[in-house]
Design a protein around this ligand. Structure first.
Ligand SMILES: Cc1cc2nc3c(=O)[nH]c(=O)nc-3n(C[C@H](O)[C@H](O)[C@H](O)COP(=O)(O)O)c2cc1C
Length: 407
């Protein structure tokens, strides 16, 4: 089943059922352009055999970054030459290459944003408040401008040769903040009822569709739930999936959680009967699939060919999303397609010091280093030391903060 092609509602065809899910590269040039490291990395992934490769999140505003070295595409900062080279590298081997487009909202770290913008002026609680400043609420005009930016960046991706775009609607960033009743407490047309909370994502989708036309794939990555008290619930999520599906979304990627409750990297607690199934959000897909025909891409937890084939066989999803596995073995899709019984070597990571594991998002920083190796033309090192990676991260964050305060 994995090797079968898939036709999307817009007519595009993806050569097999494996997608490389978005992983933020955080390795743009000083000017936020995607340099030669992107062509190296995406050539490697395109040759690795996935039918669809989704880029790490590309930002649409130089003043709204999630990480210091994000790629940014906005008016007068289109980086067209670099974008063309990136698209050419990533579409080799008949690979679909989609650009994931994101606005971090209030999830922009303190050393990058003094006052980030969000649906409402609600500060994070818990450990997040040490990392992110209290945001201010977006004005109606600013909301309209961000919608236009999503469309502008999408149009540039298309003209550079990317074969699709994906809206990042998951993991607690701006789209996800609008959807969440915990983070969106607006009293105007963008807040309150679910209908109002989903207006932003609908506006974004429709603006992109106008910009790229009916035959160009548009996808979205969405949470099955935020797993937070008073947050975006499973029932909300199903309604959003149904609405976006009716509007013509081509592919809906299912994830879950936010950096307050990072279930996208570890899964929610499962019933004993389903522990055997690798995928974190398969049960959700089984439920939502009954409401829609739009293809679903399920991401999170897949490690074995058997687990992937089983998930596809349930009919609950049409594609399998892989992230960490492809950061340590970019050739994994080729192996999956040609071998009966391959398994990813992804393992839980720990520094061995509980307090450090709590402060440093090791699952992100360690894997990002593997992407950087491939960007430099080197092979990943699946057994690289976690503690050395933590030390490099602490030093890297320190110097980025210093540069920022000096600038
Ligand atoms: C280093 C790293 C960076 C990530 N960056 C993104 C991102 O930019 N956008 C996104 O939607 N998900 C991002 N993710 C989440 C993955 O796409 C995926 O949802 C998650 O890792 C679970 O899949 P896996 O079990 O196959 O790794 C990132 C994950 C990692 C490890």
């Amino acid at each position: 089943m994995i090797e079968k092609s898939l036709k999307l509602p817009c007519g595009a065809i993806i050569k097999n059922r494996i997608a490389k899910s978005a992983m933020s590269e955080n390795m743009a040039d000083a000017g936020h352009a995607p340099g030669f490291k992107f062509t190296n990395l995406y050539s490697t992934w395109a040759r690795g055999g996935a039918g669809l490769v989704i880029t790490g999140n590309v930002m649409l505003d130089l003043n709204a970054l999630g990480e210091p070295h994000n790629v940014v595409i906005e008016k007068d900062h289109e980086c067209l030459e670099e974008l063309h080279a990136w698209a050419k590298a990533g579409t080799q081997n008949d690979t679909h290459l989609w650009m994931q487009i994101n606005h971090p909202g209030k999830q922009s770290p303190k050393f990058l944003s003094n006052t980030p913008m969000a649906p409402s002026a609600i500060a994070y609680e818990s450990h997040m408040k040490n990392m992110f400043n209290k945001p201010r609420a977006l004005t109606a005009q600013e909301i309209g401008e961000i919608v236009e930016r999503f469309a502008y960046t999408s149009e540039k991706a298309k003209s550079a040769g990317f074969t699709g775009v994906q809206i990042h609607g998951a993991h607690g960033y701006l789209v996800s903040q609008f959807l969440s009743p915990r983070h969106n407490q607006r009293t105007d047309q963008w807040g309150g009822s679910l209908e109002n909370r989903m207006k932003f994502v609908i506006d974004v989708y429709q603006a992109i569709r106008v910009a790229v036309g009916p035959n160009f794939p548009i996808g979205i990555k969405l949470n099955s739930a935020d797993f937070q008290k008073g947050g975006f619930s499973e029932e909300d999520s199903m309604q959003v999936v149904k609405t976006l599906s009716e509007l013509g979304m081509d592919l809906i990627e299912i994830s879950g959680g936010t950096y307050e409750a990072p279930k996208m990297m570890e899964g929610a607690k499962k019933k004993d009967s389903t522990v055997k199934r690798e995928a974190y959000f398969l049960e959700y897909c089984e439920k939502v699939k009954k409401l829609i025909d739009t293809p679903l891409l399920l991401t999170g937890g897949f490690r074995s060919k058997e687990g992937m084939e089983e998930a596809l066989a349930t009919g609950a999803c049409e594609m399998i999303g892989l992230a960490r596995s492809l950061a340590i073995d970019p050739d994994f899709p080729n192996k999956l397609i040609s071998n009966e019984d391959v398994k990813s070597q992804v393992r839980p990571l720990t520094s061995g010091i509980k307090a450090v594991d709590k402060i440093i998002p090791i699952e992100i920083t360690w894997y990002t280093e593997q992407l950087h190796r491939m960007g430099k033309g080197k092979d990943p090192v699946p057994n690289a030391s976690v503690i050395m990676s933590v030390l490099r991260t602490v030093f890297g964050i320190g110097s980025a903060m210093l540069r920022r305060t000096r600038a």
